[in-house]
Design a binder for this molecule. Sequence first.
Ligand code: SF4
Length: 324
Amino acid sequence: MTVKAIALFSGGLDSILAALLVQKQNIDVTGLAFTTPFFGASKARAASDQISLPLIVEDITAEHLQMLKAPRYGYGKNMNPCIDCHTLMLTIAGRKMKETGADFLLTGEVLGQRPMSQTKQSLYVVAKNSGYADYILRPLSARLLDPTMPEREGKIDRAQLMAISGRGRKEQMRLAETFGVTHYPPPAGGCLLTDPIFSQRLRDLMDHQEDRNIRDYELLKYGRHFRYRDTCKIIVGRNHSDNEYLRKLSTEDDLVCHMADFPGPLVLAPCGSESLITAAASLCVRYSDAPSDAEADVVCRHHNQSDILKVKAASKDDPEFRII
Ligand code: SF4
């Protein structure tokens, strides 16, 4: 009977090699990639096409956001809860394994490659907490780790797996050559949750807003963000692309401003309160081509009603606008 495996597949070189090492032993491998507001699956799609690996892509936003509220092992340097995130991915992969009748799971993790999340201890904790520890194979470092079920039960030959550890990539590049893999992405730094500016905005959102929806997370990706009087948020597009994304994400409950007579940003205030109109309009003037010392007309829309306000640019030193 054909042995089947589910590969956690990011599309990075390690995940490509891990899948190929297992496929080489005539095992039927299917890739599994995830999407959330913080990472997508485009790299996984491109890599799976390249090596002809069947790929399942699952949106795990709901479970990921739930985990992100209070990760058991905390956050990394920024808002990245890598240990809990890996655990969640393995738990979901384990469910997929059961659902599809696959025999085991595999990942491209390499022992010692990341200082926090890929120590022997972290690999052990993540596997144990996922609930599928004995099903998880790490083909690139397998010979340095205790054998798991697929090795013990002879579903795969451990002797043909690797004993790679550490942060270097030489061994992986050599292995890629033997598989004829010539195109692969450079090592990735992590998802948006590892970005310091994005993390600062996320922390601010979590501190100020109890009920958050997916759009609130999407908005964190675009424009300059200000907290006004420590309550409402105002977002100012930095360029045409930001303005377009903000426009697409806006709803009629938002306050949305743009310049009437000068090139300038789209300004969006998600809490849309009337008291914000002058503040949002003055930020719109500040980042527009209007003269900084005179009043300019700003079109402000709220609940499908548009008004034109005459305002001066907000001062750069105004302490009521805190940049986040
Ligand atoms: S970098 Fe992002 S996607 Fe990767 S494990 Fe950490 S939190 Fe999860």
